[in-house]
Design a protein around this ligand. Structure first.
Ligand SMILES: C[S@@+](CC[C@H](N)C(=O)[O-])C[C@H]1O[C@@H](n2cnc3c(N)ncnc32)[C@H](O)[C@@H]1O
Length: 363
């Protein structure tokens, strides 16, 4: 495809759009894209069969666990989830995140919990919590001595990434919020079942119900690419409002396209075209430094970094017990296009809210 493109345009393909322009006409690519789409639909369909069969037991168990929990579950009357969540079944998950077929329904929470393990091909670990664990490891190593008293996880879904924060900071008040009621209901029961006291609420990250400066740490994990160009600036502003002086905002997502070769960009962008992820590609073109600066962060306090995948580090340690060669093969393995997290790590955008009161007091 590259030689053909060069012949027609007098230059090498520069980005995902160039590659796509040639590939969409290619019969092999058409088969590949169709097979991917069908596999994705079958994944959810096969998971759904088991959820539907067990739904009465699942509902009863969730209600029992939630009732025993001391943690808060806040689902307000009349809440409306934004259209970018409800208008389509994101990544082909039947019903999307927010569908409720009965009062107190948790079915799409259960569907996400099981289905996403298959979707990620196990790369997010047995509890689907690799993103949270990887960012927690990063905080331990890189934000030396940082000890947040209150932590907010935005777009928490069923709390996979939220719970590692409670494990790392057991004395902190930890909250997960999501616009989808069935997800936070399931999250609350799941956390209780795993013995962790974490609060969950149905809230919009663009406009939460928490007071100014309530949190020392606000995080999200693969939330931003499922929002919109209008929502993202509002979410950054809300993070800035919610942070206490000295606090951190950390958003973990897949890497921006400018860090990848055009072919990898193209493969990942298939999510936009064939997997009901309309904002997947566009989000990666947005200037997140600019968004953070407009939200009130100092540009010098904003950076991108990579949080190595905790599962890969764990695998390397486990293999180290057998042979050094095998351990370094796992640790140094390069992820390629089409794998779950290219580069073997989660891209994190980190912004620090300056403690201007401390500076003023010192002056
Ligand atoms: C890909 S999932 C996030 C996965 C989760 N953070 C994890 O690590 O397992 C995206 C979630 O964000 C939620 N969401 C989308 N827009 C939101 C918003 N404006 N406020 C809060 N949640 C939102 C969706 O309902 C969905 O549950």
């Amino acid at each position: 495809m590259a030689p053909e493109f060069e012949r027609a345009n007098g230059r090498a393909p520069a980005n995902r759009r160039d590659i796509r322009a040639g590939m969409v006409r290619n019969l092999y690519f058409q088969h590949y894209a169709a097979a991917n789409r069908i596999a994705q639909e079958l994944l959810w369909e096969s998971t759904n069969v088991t959820i539907e069969r067990q739904l009465p037991e699942l509902n009863a168990k969730a209600a029992e666990l939630s009732a025993k929990s001391k943690a808060i579950l806040d689902i307000p009357e009349g809440f409306e989830a934004p259209r970018y969540v409800t208008a389509l079944d994101i990544h082909c998950m039947p019903g999307g995140y927010a569908t409720e077929v009965a009062p107190g329904d948790i079915s799409v929470g259960a569907l996400y919990d099981r289905g996403v393990y298959l979707y990620a091909m196990g790369y997010t670990g047995p509890f689907n919590d690799d993103m949270g664990r990887s960012v927690c490891n990063y905080i331990k190593r890189r934000l030396n001595g940082f000890k947040p008293r209150r932590i907010l996880d935005m777009g928490c879904t069923v709390g996979h990434s939220t719970l590692p924060y409670k494990e790392l900071f057991p004395d902190a008040e930890v909250w997960g919020i999501d616009v989808a009621a069935p997800q936070v209901r399931y999250a609350h029961a799941r956390a209780a079942g795993l013995g962790l006291e974490v609060n969950f609420a149905q809230m919009n990250a663009e406009e939460t119900r928490f007071p100014d400066g309530h949190f020392d740490l606000v995080v999200s994990h693969i939330l931003l690419h499922e929002t919109s160009a209008k929502a993202m600036p509002r979410i950054f502003q809300e993070c800035h409002r919610l942070l206490a002086p000295g606090g951190y905002m950390i958003h973990a997502d897949l890497p921006p396209f400018d860090l990848m070769d055009p072919f990898t960009q193209f493969i990942l962008d298939n999510e936009t075209w064939y997997n009901n992820e309309p904002f997947w590609g566009a989000m990666r073109d947005m200037d997140q430094y600019d968004l953070a600066e407009r939200a009130g962060f100092d540009r010098a306090d904003v950076r991108f970094d990579t949080a190595p995948m905790a599962v890969m580090e764990f695998a390397a340690q486990a293999v180290a017990g057998y042979s050094e060669d095998a351990a370094s093969a796992v640790a140094e393995r390069e992820f390629t296009a089409g794998e779950f997290a290219p580069g073997g790590g989660w891209e994190v955008l980190i912004a620090h809210k300056q403690d201007t009161t401390a500076a003023k007091d010192a002056a």
